[in-house]
Write a protein that binds this ligand. Structure first.
Ligand code: DAT
Ligand code: MG
Length: 140
């Protein structure tokens, strides 16, 4: 199986709630490798590039404002099929619907206009992962 890298973000709600270590613990317990970790106070231009696919949607500005509401733990994770694998660990976007046992299912309950408060981000494809890793870890 191919070795991939993905970008994981512990969002400001996750950091505020003290869940950064729990997310890293689950990533490591699964057998993935941490290859970059940094606490970031993200600026609007970085978030605009990160969320380029959502620019113009009604939830775009609330999403960016939320992502600027506190520090984010940015992590590059490596492993076999880790892009799909981390999405599976994270669970569904809506915390109400995310399965128990997933990060969102266990720790998020937000839905509707607060659905962005779902603890983590994970890249959704090899193309997104390459683009996002270059944005958050230009040296990597
Ligand atoms: P995911 O984070 O599961 O990849 P996404 O890429 O579709 O989900 O959306 C990015 C984030 O934006 C998501 O974590 C939560 C927020 N979001 C998505 N759809 C939304 C909506 N309809 N209203 C408010 N926030 C939304
Ligand atoms: Mg996404």
């Amino acid at each position: 199986a191919p070795i991939e890298r993905t970008l994981v973000l512990v969002k400001p709600d996750g950091v505020r709630r003290g869940l950064a270590g729990e997310v890293l613990r689950r990533v490591e317990a699964k057998g993935y490798t941490l290859v970059g970790v940094e606490l970031v106070n993200a600026k609007e231009d970085l978030l605009a590039r990160h969320y380029a696919e959502h620019v113009g949607k009604d939830f775009y500005q609330p999403l960016v404002d939320f992502m600027m509401s506190g520090p984010i733990l940015a992590v590059v994770v490596e492993g076999q099929r880790v892009i799909e694998g981390f999405r599976s660990l994270a669970g569904a976007t809506d915390g109400t619907l995310a399965s128990p046992g997933t990060i969102r299912g266990d720790f998020a309950r937000s839905w509707g206009s607060k659905v962005m408060q779902n603890i983590v981000h994970g890249s959704d494809s090899p193309e997104s992962a390459a683009r996002e890793i270059a944005l958050w870890f230009p040296g990597l």
